[in-house]
Design a protein around this ligand. Structure first.
Ligand code: NCD
Length: 360
């Protein structure tokens, strides 16, 4: 349906004051009774939470291996409903959340584009989300605007029926649940080499607009002696806000455009694609940056234990021939996403105890 009115801009008392605060002072707005209520920023996660969630995901994964276990999981939340509001293209994040909900028995509704919602009638995005909150118990949103999930969660928290909002990707800004699955994947890949502490990680590609690498960088403050290598074409280098954050937390990082020189140094390589959908000239920018590709010929240059990650979708950043190598972790990484999101939803609805009890 064609849009026949621009979205209505509404003013919320208190929003400007809240919005002007630094993130560290905002975190309490998304917590209740000492627990996370909304999942908006990667900065909300501390080490204890990350370790806890990885352990919970492992338990869910083990339970889901049997029919009996799957049945138990499905009976944890059949009385809850979730809304997937995904108005920016998505395949795996959508499917991974949808299937995570199915694992726990939640019922799911979805909107996959604003053209089929009342936004075409000029409804404000905040009213749209408030409408969902009338019907469901959890809202998971993906939006092209940075700060969308944050504002809707803040608005809902002022109402009489706040439901948790989970940020499934907010423009070029953050993707906190991707960061959770990246951590879960790295911890699993480093299972035999002492976990993530002390590891060297290269992030490669469009670091300027890639929200996944931004959120993952924030999480590094939770790990001891981690060292980062930012490998990017000069125009797509990591933005200053992240670099300042890392400097404040004394996390060493190096910046280079010489990918091959970094390959033998690191324990993990996190590949990303050029995020040209944010460009004014997407076609010309889709052009390739072959110096930032990982090819089969590079496999001999990296450590025997080096994990290769990619949030996917990939274009040419990783040659398909690399997929067969045991160090190619990106398909395992996708599946980790479903388990850690199931763990997150179980946590939000406070049913972890029932899961851990299966293992006591
Ligand atoms: C990423 C995203 O949407 O930011 N994909 C994903 O969620 N798995 C990465 C990307 O689109 O390049």
């Amino acid at each position: 349906m064609e849009r026949f009115a621009e979205p209505t801009l509404q003013t919320y008392a208190g929003w400007e004051e809240y919005h002007s605060k630094p993130v560290t002072e905002k975190l309490d707005c998304f917590k209740t009774e000492g627990r996370l209520f909304d999942i908006i920023f990667a900065q909300q996660f501390d080490r204890q939470f990350l370790d806890y969630l990885c352990r919970l995901a492992d338990c869910i994964r083990i339970m889901a291996k049997t029919k009996l276990g799957q049945n138990k999981l499905r009976h944890l939340l059949p009385h809850k409903r979730a809304m997937l509001y995904f108005v920016q293209p998505s395949t795996r994040t959508f499917l991974s959340f949808q299937n995570a909900c199915h694992v726990l028995g939640l019922k799911v509704s979805e909107i996959r584009g604003s053209s089929t919602s009342s936004e075409v009638k000029g409804e404000s995005p905040e009213d749209t989300i408030r409408t969902f909150a009338s019907y469901v118990d959890l809202i998971i949103s993906r939006h092209h605007e940075a700060g969308f999930a944050e504002k809707t969660a803040w608005v809902l928290n002022q109402t009489e029926r706040p439901v948790p909002v989970v940020n499934g990707g907010s423009g070029p800004d953050q993707h906190p649940t991707q960061a959770l699955l990246d951590i879960y994947t790295l911890e699993r890949e480093f299972n035999n080499t002492g976990g993530l502490d002390g590891k060297k990680i290269a992030m490669v590609g469009d670091l300027k607009r890639g929200r996944t690498v931004r959120s993952l960088s924030y999480l590094m403050k939770n790990y001891k002696d981690v060292e980062l290598y930012f490998v990017a074409p000069e125009i797509f280098g990591m933005r200053d806000d992240i670099k300042q954050f890392l400097a404040r937390h004394e996390i060493p990082f190096h910046e280079t455009d010489d990918f091959e020189s970094v390959m033998p140094l690191v324990d993990a390589i996190y590949m990303t694609r050029i995020q040209n959908e944010y460009s004014e000239d997407p076609k010309s920018e889709a052009e390739t940056y072959p110096e930032f590709y990982f090819k089969a010929e590079h496999l001999s240059k990296i450590h025997a234990h080096c994990a290769i990650l990619h949030p996917i979708p990939r274009r040419h950043e990783i040659e398909v021939a690399v997929d067969k190598d045991p160090r190619a972790a990106y398909w395992r990484q996708e599946r980790c996403g479903m388990w850690i999101r199931a763990a997150l939803i179980a946590y939000l609805f406070k049913v972890e105890k029932e899961i851990f009890e299966e293992f006591s």
